[in-house]
Ligand binder design. Structure first.
Ligand SMILES: *Cc1c(COP(=O)(O)O)cnc(C)c1O
Length: 487
C-alpha cells in the first residue's frame, strides 16, 4: 500500500509531532495549565504525525474526492450546480464570519439586513408571503413546514386532521418528515405519466386530511398540469398544500408555487441557490408560507422597524424554534450573493437553460436508453436502464462504468416507479461541450453493453476501490480506526 492510501492512524509514529505549544503556558508535556483532577488518566489514541504528513494526507484525500469542481455531476434531484466562488469570498468576509449570534442587534445590522432581504427575495420568487431561513436542510424545512400545518389546524381547534397525503413518487424525506411531525402518511398513486391520479386522490380527501405534499415538476421531471384542480380539491376539503421546493431550479423566476395554490413550501439553498452540498458543507432549508400562516413561523424572526433598523423578534403564536439562533448564516450569504449576481433579469434564464440541457441529453440518448415517459421534461428526466435489455447490463453497471470516464453517476434506482431508474439532471451551468462529451460516453457505454458486457459488470476499473460489497458496507460500516483494528 502506498503511503497516500493509508489512514492517518497508520502513518502514526510514537513521538512524531506537528505542533509546538507556547512554552510560557504549558510544560513540556503540554499539561501545566490544566488542573490535575481534570486530566485524563490515559492518553487518547490520536495519530502522531508531522505537519508534512498531515498536509500530504489531507491533500491526497481531497484529490480522491469527486465534486462539481472536478467533473460533471448529473445527479438527478440533487441539483449539483456550480457554486460560484464569489459566494465563498463574501461568506468569508471577516465582517460576517466574525459575528457572534448573541451580539446586540444594533451591532449586526448588516447581517440582519441580509437575512431580511434574502427572506424577501425568496418570498417574491415563490409567490408566498413570508419566509423563515432558520431550518438547516431540506428535510428540516419539511418538518418545520409540517409543524406549521399542524399548528394551523390546532389553532382552529381542528384536531382530527392528522393525515398527510404523499404521492408514491415522492422524495423519501417527505413521508419521513410527516412521520417525525406526528402525522400519518397516506399514499396517492401516480398515473403512468408520473402525475398524480386525481381519481385516486378524491376519495382520500376528507375532514381528517391535514394536507398534501407535492412537488411540481414532479419527481420524474414532468409538470403537473392539473395542479390548479388539485389545489382546489384539497382546499375545499380543508387541507393545506405543501410544496417540496428542494428543486425549484426549473421554475426560478418563471412560475411561482404560491400562484399554483401552495400554502407552505421549503427551498433548498444548497440546490437551487448554488450553495455547496453533498459533503461540501452545511445546508439551509428556508420555509415560506402564505399570509394566513405567517404567525406560525418559527422564532426568532428578523423584522424591520419604522426607522429602518432591523431587530430580532419572537412571536407567541409561533410553533417555537427549530434551530439554534438563525440557522446556517454562512449558507444564506452565499445564496444572497448568488441571487444578486444573477439579478432580476438573469435569474429567469436559469430554469429554461437547465430545462434545455436536460432535454438535449434526453433526446440525444433516447434511442439507446429506455425513456418510459416521453415528452418535454423540465430540469431532469428518468431513463429506465438501457433500451436493449438482452445484454443483462444493469443501471448499476452503467453508473459504475461512467466513473471510469470521469463522470459522476446519475441518481440510480430512484424514483421507484421503474426497475432500472437512472435520473439525470445536468443543471444550467454545463457547457454544450460537456453535455456532448457525456452523451458520447453514454453512447459508448451502451455500445460496450453489446460488445463487452463483462467489462461493464467489472467496472469501474480505474478507481481505488472497484466493487465494495454494498450490503456489508451499508450494514456493517467500519467507520473508526478501532473498528478497523478489531475487524
Ligand atoms: C434533496 C431533496 C430533499 C431533501 O433535502 P435535504 O437538504 O437533503 O434534507 C427533499 N426533497 C427533494 C425533492 C429533494 O431533492
Amino acid at each position: 500500500m502506498k503511503n497516500y492510501d493509508k489512514l492517518i492512524f497508520e502513518l502514526s509514529r510514537p513521538g512524531r509531532k506537528g505542533y509546538q505549544l507556547p512554552a510560557d503556558k504549558f510544560d513540556t508535556d503540554g499539561f501545566a495549565a490544566i488542573p490535575a483532577d481534570l486530566l485524563r488518566k490515559e492518553m487518547p489514541e490520536l495519530p502522531e504525525v508531522s505537519e508534512l504528513d498531515v498536509v500530504r494526507h489531507y491533500t491526497n484525500i481531497s484529490n480522491k474526492n469527486f465534486g462539481v469542481d472536478t467533473g460533471f455531476y448529473p445527479l438527478g434531484s440533487c441539483t449539483m450546480k456550480y457554486n460560484p466562488k464569489i459566494n465563498e469570498e463574501i461568506s468569508a468576509m471577516p465582517q460576517f464570519a466574525g459575528l457572534h449570534p448573541l451580539q446586540d442587534a444594533e451591532t449586526a445590522q448588516g447581517a440582519l439586513e441580509v437575512y431580511y432581504n434574502l427572506q424577501k427575495a425568496l418570498a417574491s420568487l415563490s409567490g408566498l408571503a413570508e419566509f423563515t431561513l432558520n431550518p438547516y436542510a431540506g428535510a428540516h424545512g419539511e418538518l418545520t413546514g409540517l409543524m406549521v400545518m399542524r399548528q394551523y389546524h390546532a389553532s382552529r381547534g381542528d384536531h382530527k386532521r392528522a393525515k398527510v397525503i404523499v404521492p408514491d413518487t415522492a422524495h423519501g424525506t417527505n413521508p419521513a418528515s410527516a412521520m417525525v411531525a406526528g402525522l400519518e402518511v397516506v399514499e396517492v398513486k401516480s398515473k403512468p405519466n408520473g402525475s398524480i391520479d386525481i381519481e385516486d386522490l378524491k376519495p382520500l380527501l376528507d375532514d381528517t386530511v391535514a394536507g398534501i405534499m407535492m412537488t411540481n415538476p414532479n419527481t420524474v421531471g414532468m409538470f403537473e398540469t392539473e395542479i390548479l384542480e388539485i389545489a382546489d380539491l384539497v382546499h375545499k376539503a380543508g387541507g393545506l398544500l405543501y410544496y417540496d421546493g428542494a428543486n425549484l431550479n426549473p421554475l426560478l423566476g418563471k412560475v411561482r408555487p404560491g400562484d399554483m395554490g401552495f400554502d407552505i413550501m421549503h427551498i433548498n439553498l444548497h440546490k437551487t441557490f448554488s450553495t455547496p452540498h453533498g459533503g461540501g458543507g452545511p445546508g439551509s432549508g428556508p420555509v415560506g408560507v402564505a399570509e394566513h400562516l405567517v404567525e406560525f413561523l418559527p422564532n426568532p424572526r428578523v423584522r424591520i422597524a419604522d426607522d429602518g433598523k432591523f431587530y430580532v423578534d419572537a412571536d407567541d403564536r409561533s410553533l417555537g424554534s427549530v434551530s439554534t439562533f438563525f440557522g446556517n448564516f454562512g449558507v444564506m450569504l452565499r445564496a444572497y450573493a448568488y441571487i444578486l449576481t444573477l439579478g432580476r433579469d438573469n435569474i429567469v434564464n436559469v430554469g429554461p437553460m437547465a430545462t434545455l440541457n436536460a432535454n438535449y441529453i434526453k433526446e440525444s440518448l433516447k434511442d439507446l436508453y429506455k425513456l418510459p415517459i416521453d415528452g418535454v421534461c423540465k430540469h431532469e428526466f428518468v431513463f429506465d436502464g438501457l433500451a436493449d435489455k438482452s445484454t443483462g447490463v444493469t443501471t448499476l453497471n452503467v453508473a459504475k462504468r461512467l466513473l471510469d470516464f470521469g463522470f459522476h453517476a446519475p441518481t440510480i434506482y430512484f424514483p421507484l416507479l421503474f426497475h432500472e431508474s437512472m435520473m439525470i439532471e445536468p443543471t444550467e451551468t454545463e457547457s454544450l461541450e460537456t453535455l456532448d462529451e457525456f452523451i458520447d460516453v453514454m453512447r459508448k457505454v451502451a455500445e460496450e453493453a453489446k460488445t463487452n458486457p463483462d467489462l461493464l459488470k467489472q467496472a469501474p476499473l480505474t478507481t481505488i476501490i472497484s466493487h465494495p460489497d454494498e450490503t456489508s458496507a451499508a450494514k456493517n460500516p467500519i467507520l473508526t480506526y478501532k473498528a478497523l483494528k478489531e475487524a
